[in-house]
Write a protein that binds this ligand. Structure first.
Ligand SMILES: [Mg+2]
Length: 172
């Protein structure tokens, strides 16, 4: 059976605007311009779309899993259900260590196994170096969006809307 191609996505700062003290209320969940269209276009080209997000505010007691799920339901509504799976790491080093939290790669490995993904034909889009480190370790191409720079980034874009052209241009 041929393996699947996937675009892995960080959440805060890639799909929605990041905020200083976590994003956990759908009322404050501001989807970045062009994101729904880009996700639909990637989906139409046969990519799985999987979000991998650190949500340490759960371990810190700032919000609950239910709050987070409500945000994800809202995002799915706005994106026509384009996202195949949300993986999240609720831990924070001050509360509990976890291999799920980026830059560790456990959640990526779970997704690769469950969805029969070929990392060599897959991408990670993040706005911080810690998003890209696990992807590089597993052999994916990486794109950083936003203001930050990283030596782990193969490509750089202003936002997700530019990612489509990079991925299509690469011909994978
Ligand atoms: Mg982020």
């Amino acid at each position: 059976m041929p393996k699947n191609r996937c675009v892995f996505l960080d959440r805060d700062g890639v799909l929605n605007k990041d905020r200083p003290n976590y994003v956990y209320d759908p009322g404050h969940f501001e989807i970045i311009e062009g994101v729904p269209e880009t996700l639909k276009a990637l989906k139409q080209r046969g990519y799985l779309l999987i979000v991998v997000t650190n949500q340490a505010g759960i371990a810190r007691g700032l919000y609950t899993r239910e709050d987070m799920h409500r945000c994800h339901e809202y995002l799915q509504q706005q994106c026509g259900g384009a996202i195949d799976h949300f993986y999240y790491a609720p831990s924070h080093p001050s509360v509990s260590e976890s291999l799920s939290r980026k830059p560790d790669s456990l959640l990526f490995e779970k997704a690769i196994s469950r969805y029969n993904i070929d990392p060599g034909k897959s991408w990670m889009v993040g706005d911080r170096e810690r998003d890209l480190i696990p992807a590089k370790k597993l052999g994916m191409a990486t794109i950083i969006v936003g203001e930050n720079q990283s030596d782990y980034a193969d490509y750089k874009g202003n936002g997700l809307w530019e990612v489509l052209d990079i991925i299509i241009g690469y011909g994978q």
